[in-house]
Design a protein around this ligand. Structure first.
Ligand code: PLP
Length: 404
């Protein structure tokens, strides 16, 4: 009789967003006349920029001719894209990253979930709390868990680093040394960041204790403040301790197109073993390359027109972030984030439970947000709104909240 991977049975019953979808569907069925505004899921709403559409059309036409048709892409990515990324995202900004340290993929979710595979089962992980749930869930699937405490909703072998208003959303170094440290900066869900010197502190700490930082910079394009680094490789010593994961989803609206990349510097080693080689082996074995058409679309993000058009999209969402943040603050809410990220993180009024606040906003304002508790135990009593809607809906949602 076959056996299943029992680690999967340890996962919480349902993914946060399916619970939200179920609740919203039930409300809609009971109140078909109500117009619901969704500021919950972190999906973009603006169409792809013209420079990207042009690149897609051109690449599709190439596929129609025998001379320019492309089959399997190189496992690790086409040189035209790896070279462009190496220059635009790193070398031009003073970071030492070469094209063969960049691994093109179908997005940051896959990479941030898969990266743990190249580490030993014994590794102890540390995660910011609250954070994007994929880091903990994929380590649970791999068995790096210990026992689960339902009261605190924590695993005994996972080190949770609380990030709350009390510590300005800056995690403290854990009392026990972790082997892998997940940092998501700018953070989903809190929308907060680390300054250059704070991140340098984490790089120094990781080098000192021999840990690897897995740095998820999916929201890098939303950084507006000078003191917030766009890449961990802006910090001294990051090449020996950090893997960086990036996405085209939020800077270019590729959530449905699918493209991302991971940087593994060649200086990152466990003894004589290079993590760059291990990840190349893993990626080449389990992934057959992102599509040519999509990689050409990714390249177009870095063209002069592409850059201008994408900046306008990010600015559009950040204007929503400003509207939400200022609107909530004017109503007396304690609000965080929204300056270097498209997420606004608020304290629920009068210590209300996150899910109760979700139900309250849904029924009284017909606005959907995301309960903070879904992102980790320290998210309890918080709530996330996203800036990815239209201006019109964002303003309407804020008006409804104001009228509550
Ligand atoms: N990393 C973080 C922190 C995210 O919030 C998300 C999506 O919401 C992702 C990664 C997923 O990115 P992608 O669409 O490239 O898979």
């Amino acid at each position: 009789m076959f056996k299943v991977n029992e680690n999967y049975l340890k996962l919480p019953g349902s993914y946060l967003f399916s619970t939200i979808a179920r609740k919203v569907a039930a409300y809609k069925e009971a109140h078909p006349d109500k117009e619901i505004i969704r500021l919950g899921i972190g999906d973009v709403t603006q169409p792809l920029a013209p420079a990207i559409i042009d690149a897609l059309h051109k690449a599709v036409d190439e596929m129609a001719l025998a001379e320019s048709f492309r089959g399997y892409a190189p496992d690790l990515g086409y040189d035209f894209l790896r070279n462009t990324i190496a220059w635009e995202d790193y070398e031009a900004r003073g970071c030492q990253i070469a094209a063969d340290e960049i691994f093109v993929s179908d997005g940051a979710k896959s990479d941030s979930g898969n990266i743990q595979e190249i580490f030993s089962e014994d590794c102890r992980i540390a995660v910011c709390d609250p954070v994007y749930p994929v880091y903990v869930d994929t380590n649970v699937m791999a068995g790096r868990t210990g026992t689960y405490d339902p009261a605190s909703e924590t695993w005994s072998r996972v080190i949770y680093m609380p990030c709350t208003a009390e510590n300005d959303f800056v995690p403290a170094f854990p009392s026990e040394n972790p082997d892998l440290i997940y940092l998501c900066v700018p953070n989903n869900p809190t929308g907060t960041t680390l300054t250059r010197s704070q991140l340098q502190g984490w790089v120094d700490y990781a080098n000192r204790i021999g840990a690897v930082i897995i740095y998820d910079a999916a929201y890098e394009a939303y950084i507006t403040e000078d003191d917030v680094p766009h890449s961990i490789y802006e910090c001294q010593g990051a090449r020996t301790c950090a893997i960086e994961i990036r996405s085209f989803s939020k800077n270019a609206g590729f959530t449905g197109v699918r493209l991302g990349f991971t940087v593994v510097p060649k200086d990152l080693k466990a003894g004589e073993v290079s993590l760059n080689s291990l990840w190349a082996r893993r990626h080449g074995t389990k992934f057959n390359g992102a599509p040519y058409i999509i990689q050409r679309a990714g390249e177009a993000c870095y063209s002069p027109e592409g850059k201008v058009q994408l900046k306008a999209q990010v600015d559009y969402y950040m204007e929503n972030a400003r509207i939400i943040k200022e609107g909530l603050a004017a109503c007396g809410y304690e609000v965080f984030g929204g300056v270097n990220a498209p997420y606004i993180w608020l304290k629920t009024p009068e210590g209300m439970d996150s899910w109760d606040f979700f139900d309250y906003l849904l029924s009284e304002a017909n606005v959907v947000g995301t309960p903070g508790s879904g992102f980790g135990p320290s998210g309890r009593g918080y709530f996330r709104l996203t800036a990815f809607g239209s201006h019109e809906n964002t303003k309407k949602a804020m008006e409804r909240i104001r009228n509550l």
